[in-house]
Write a protein that binds this ligand. Structure first.
Ligand code: HPA
Length: 289
């Protein structure tokens, strides 16, 4: 279902155009489910298994929603799901839209804006990432303490909608200290080790060169990936509390001398994904607004 015209890259979705698109998205979701989520969760590469735990799940394919294309990234199911996790009403995004797929930043962030529209007040962003910190090997779970947006893209460029968010969005505590403390507590309760650090977002889709990995580490990054940062920006704009975890699937390029493959990224996601799922399930169960 695509009632809205495809996005023309020379005519990006401006912040002021989001409300009308969200009206259509909200109506399409409400035709299928009246569940009001407290929390939204974006499941990254290979992390989709949490969706299996959803009780009373309603699943809506991305391409069934107005203006949304099917997900193209391997390892991404491409579904919006509503249901209960640990008894709490949540909305899940199984897969996401990436800039590297040629998507407009305004589309990439629409799922988190839709979470807000549906009633969520907080969002959990997960992703697969490469380790920039030499101590972060495959399988490391990294609580995101902050980010560096090196995508060169920003979903807030263009006419603002002051009813949705401020023109100049504060990012001082973009990654909520309150929710980070709760994620640490959830990990502790589950006996899962959680590292912590700064996520660097690039456009991709190629992996980094070893020189880029050294540069990003020198800039203060601890993990690098191809998602998350513009979603965080839009979520903060729209007043959502944000937290997230990177699943480090591989050491950054050049650290091991072995080429990176998407298969190893998916394999590490499959190995560590259930650990991350346990942490998130506990976090959701204990969540307080
Ligand atoms: N770089 C960027 N994105 C990634 C990586 C990486 O090494 N691993 C998984 N996603």
């Amino acid at each position: 279902m695509t009632d809205l015209p495809a996005v023309d890259p020379s005519d990006p979705i401006q912040p002021a155009a989001q409300a009308a698109r969200l009206d259509a998205l909200e109506a399409a979701v409400r035709a299928r489910s009246d569940l009001v989520p407290e929390l939204g969760i974006v499941l990254g590469s290979g992390l989709g298994s949490l969706a299996d735990d959803l009780e009373g799940a309603v699943a809506i394919g991305f391409d069934e929603l107005p203006g949304w294309p099917a997900a193209t990234a391997p390892g991404h199911a491409g579904r919006l799901m509503l249901g209960r996790l640990g008894g709490r009403p949540v909305v899940l995004l199984q897969g996401r839209f990436h800039l590297y797929e040629g998507n407009d930043p305004g589309l990439v962030v629409q799922p988190v804006l839709l979470f807000r529209r549906l009633g969520a007040t907080a969002v959990v962003l997960t992703n697969a990432a490469g380790g920039l910190d030499p101590g972060f090997g495959p399988g490391t779970l990294m609580l995101i303490s902050d980010h560096i947006n090196l995508t060169g893209r920003n979903p807030l460029v263009g006419h603002n909608d002051d009813d949705m968010g401020a023109r100049f969005t504060d990012m001082t505590e973009a990654w909520s200290p309150r929710l980070r403390a709760r994620l640490r507590a959830a990990a502790m309760a589950e006996g899962v080790e959680l590292a912590e650090g700064v996520y660097v977002g690039l456009v991709g889709p190629n992996y980094e060169t070893p020189a880029e990995v050294r540069m990003l580490a020198a800039l203060g990054g601890h993990a690098v990936g191809m998602s998350t940062v513009v979603e965080c920006v839009a979520a903060r704009w729209a007043g959502l509390e944000v937290c997230g975890v990177s699943l480090v699937t591989n050491a950054g390029a050049g650290y091991t001398g072995v080429p990176l493959t998407h298969e190893e990224v998916l394999a590490a996601g499959a190995e560590a994904g259930p650990r991350l799922a346990r942490v998130i399930r506990r976090f959701v169960t204990d969540f307080e607004r």
